[in-house]
Design a protein around this ligand. Structure first.
Ligand SMILES: [Zn+2]
Length: 510
């Protein structure tokens, strides 16, 4: 008596289909699960046994062997409960073998037989669909995640009995339209009512944000408390291009694995915005745990990671960001293997110019030069090296406070950003580079070539502003983005002059 049921597991961000093989034979009564099961998976034995009993299936005194194949992938979580129970029922001929074919089963069992929601349903269903499976039986509360995968028949069951009735044909499957009607298409109400038009004045600041968004450059905002740094940062996702359908599924999958999709109840269609407090641990930031869960930087994938009060973050915490900022993904090594999570985010930092926040307003700033230097040095090094655009945020001038809304809405700015992104997509087609910010030294030489006049201009600027060598490439990359926004093929003096203005962090080399 043998059966095999298709299920899946999450390994890092990747999902893999798993065959749950159940063999029932006469012999010493027992119940084994093999195939690299984690502790929650092993505990499935107890949950399945009790759940089966409580739905009226007393297990005969037989030997049950469950193998999770392929055996070399570590399995964790509780999503194997339902497939194991269904596999046992099929092996006992309580369910027709035909009924479970080409169907994905995922779900945790409660002792009463109820099927409880699990994390990571969306990526597993997606993987199943890519492998040619067209039907999935999921916990009722996760069924909508399956419905996000077009052309997948997604059926939610509330308990084991419902699954049995469905598979034996005793019950026509519940109409999926019922849930779909109430299923919201997107997460439009996630605070995105905030618009650039709300920011009065601050034109140079908004321009810097546009440049950063257009080239996916990391951004640092330096200014006194209350000058509008946070207000600007929160509005950045609105000027980034909307998520493509593929990106939306990718981002939603990360939230599904983290169990956060359920709370939003819909597919992510807005670029994420994450603003962890400066007391966050390195582990929460990049992901951690025995079976690592995605960290905040992975939840910010394809969106914005906003670190307010940057110098207040622990040095070690910021240093952890070095590798993900370079590779745009994070690798976490565990004895069970190396887990890779995507972490391609736009870093936006904000900080005061000095410990009290009011430098260079000497009528209010009480900091000594030594204190200011020590404060600024807290974020020097790897993080500053990754920031292309640094801009000083000045408190709003009186003339700006007349209540006049800003000239432009986020949508208008976004149109220009998207045009500049199209230019980059054409330029970098098949190079592995996506944005100007991704260019390495050799690429800068190739894509940001200057005419002799522009070269002389930049050299003069370098000498007069005492810019560092590492700033050189950053200026060229940002100038490339400014030229792209202007629809210009060649970088001109005007573009260079604007790019140099975004090198305020040179002051940190004190
Ligand atoms: Zn001060």
């Amino acid at each position: 008596m043998y059966s095999t049921i298709t299920s899946g597991t999450i390994y890092g961000i990747r999902s893999r289909l798993i065959q749950v093989e159940v063999d029932i034979s006469q012999g010493l009564p027992g119940f084994q699960i093999v195939g690299l099961p984690g502790s929650e998976v092993r505990e499935a034995r107890e949950r399945v046994k009790v759940a089966l009993k409580n739905v009226g299936v007393a297990l005969p005194a037989v030997c049950i062997n469950v193998n999770l194949s392929p055996a070399d992938i570590p399995k964790s979580g509780t999503m194997f409960d339902l497939p194991v129970a269904v596999g046992i029922l099929t092996a006992l001929s309580r369910l027709p073998a035909e009924s479970v074919k080409d169907t994905l089963f995922v779900g945790e069992l409660g002792l009463s037989g109820e099927v409880k929601p699990v994390k990571g349903v969306l990526p597993v269903v997606r993987e199943a669909f890519l492998k040619g499976i067209k039907r999935c039986i999921l916990p009722q509360d996760n069924a909508w995640e399956g419905q996000l995968v077009t052309d997948m028949e997604s059926i939610g069951v509330a308990d084991l009995q419902a699954a049995v009735r469905l598979l034996t044909g005793a019950e026509v499957r519940p109409a999926r339209t019922e849930r779909q009607e109430t299923f919201p298409e997107n997460d439009d109400n996630d605070g995105s009512a905030e618009d650039f038009a709300d920011i009065s004045g601050q034109e140079s600041l908004k321009r810097a944000a546009e440049v950063a968004a257009a080239g996916f450059h990391n951004l640092l905002l330096v200014g006194a408390p209350g000058s509008g740094k946070t207000m600007l940062a929160r509005r950045l996702p609105a000027i980034l291009p909307p998520l493509s359908a593929e990106e939306s599924l990718e981002v939603s999958s990360i939230y599904s694995i983290s169990g956060l999709l359920q709370s939003s109840g819909r597919l992510k269609t807005k670029r994420p915005f994450l603003d962890p407090h400066h007391t966050i641990t390195g582990r929460a930031l990049v992901g951690g745990g025995r079976i690592p869960a995605p960290g905040v930087i992975s939840l910010a994938h394809r969106g914005v990671l906003f670190l307010d009060e940057l110098p207040e973050f622990k040095r070690e915490t910021l240093d952890i960001l070095r590798q993900p900022l370079e590779d745009r993904q994070v690798r976490i090594a565990r004895s069970s293997g190396t887990y890779v999570y995507p972490a391609d985010f736009m870093l936006v930092g904000a900080m005061n110019p000095c410990p009290c926040g009011y430098y260079p307003d000497m009528s209010r700033c009480r900091c000594t030069p030594h204190e200011i230097r020590r404060y600024l040095r807290r974020i020097s090094g790897p993080i500053l090296d990754r920031i292309d655009v640094c801009v000083e945020v000045r408190p709003v001038e009186f003339a700006d406070m007349t209540g006049q809304p800003g000239k432009e809405s986020s949508a208008q700015i976004r149109e220009r950003v998207m045009r500049a992104r199209t230019v980059q997509a054409e330029r970098f087609a098949r190079t592995g580079i996506h944005f100007n910010a991704d260019m390495r030294a050799a690429d800068v030489g190739r894509y940001c070539a200057l005419g002799s006049r522009e070269q002389a201009f930049l050299e003069k600027l370098f000498a007069s502003m005492k810019l560092s060598a590492r700033g050189y490439h950053r200026i060229l990359k940002v100038a490339r983005t400014i030229a792209d926004l202007a629809g210009a093929d060649r970088i001109t003096e005007e573009h260079l002059a604007e790019a140099v203005c975004y090198r305020n962090m040179e002051v940190f080399n004190v």
